[in-house]
Ligand binder design. Structure first.
Ligand code: SAM
Length: 210
């Protein structure tokens, strides 16, 4: 079950430089859980550009049609074929460095959920887009996003990731969505903290989880 690691931004990372030279990027827009609204408010308060990327336009419609949700505000929505292609092709044209990256997209199959119809419906919805919803494909998508984002990360920056956990059976020591992306982050100098709010990778800034 997903967590909300982005909520650490407000109470753990007050020293993070966030201004007009920086970006907040979310790959995997919210489905009613609140991440996109949280980043909109956090970025708006600091004058930082916020981009949210997804393969569907459900979040954009949701924000546009529900005034109670606070509106679209300054959110830059991107509806794409894949998040990694956006990171490869569009991100470099923005000419800004990412201060906060949130990776929580291509859904993960927890085998305990195979008993539920909603998961089979989700797998079928991916198939309609011509995509095999498998955990290998989820990891590869998150790995490629990381690969293409890393050159655009500010030195002082954080990467928040969801549905990722220690896994002694994995060659990387990590399982879940970012199981194969974490070695890239480590090689780029990020430290990784596995907290009860989710995983946070940080570089150029202190982090003492309270
Ligand atoms: C778990 S939800 C995101 C939840 C949200 N980040 C939150 O915390 O509330 C996963 C999202 O990833 C999107 N997605 C699936 N495959 C993707 C891909 N290849 N690139 C970008 N987004 C993708 C889905 O459409 C879905 O909206």
């Amino acid at each position: 079950m997903g967590m909300s690691p982005y909520k650490m931004l407000d109470n753990q990372f007050q020293d993070l430089v966030a201004d007009q030279t920086r970006l907040v990027v979310e790959i995997g827009s919210e489905r009613g859980e609140g991440s996109t609204a949280y980043f909109r408010d956090w970025a708006q308060a600091r004058g930082v550009d916020f981009h949210t990327v997804d393969v569907t336009d459900e979040a954009r419609s949701h924000f546009a049609n529900n005034v109670d949700y606070g509106g679209i505000g300054d959110i830059h929505f991107h509806t794409v074929d894949t998040g990694h292609a956006w990171c490869r092709d569009v991100l470099p044209t923005l000419n800004k460095q990412i201060a906060v990256l949130y990776l929580d997209n291509f859904d993960w199959i927890d085998p305990v959920n195979l008993q539920y119809q909603w998961l089979h419906d989700q797998i079928a919805a991916y198939a309609v887009r011509g995509v095999v919803m498998s955990n290998e494909n989820s990891q590869e998508e998150h790995r490629l996003q990381t690969l293409y984002c890393l050159p655009h990360m500010a030195h002082q920056s954080i990467i928040l990731i969801d549905d990722t956990y220690y896994d002694v059976t994995s060659p990387t020591g990590w399982g879940g969505k970012c199981g194969t992306a974490i070695p890239l982050m480590l090689a780029a100098g990020y430290a990784i903290a596995n907290t009860d709010q989710g995983v946070v990778c940080y570089r150029g800034i202190d982090f003492k989880y309270l």
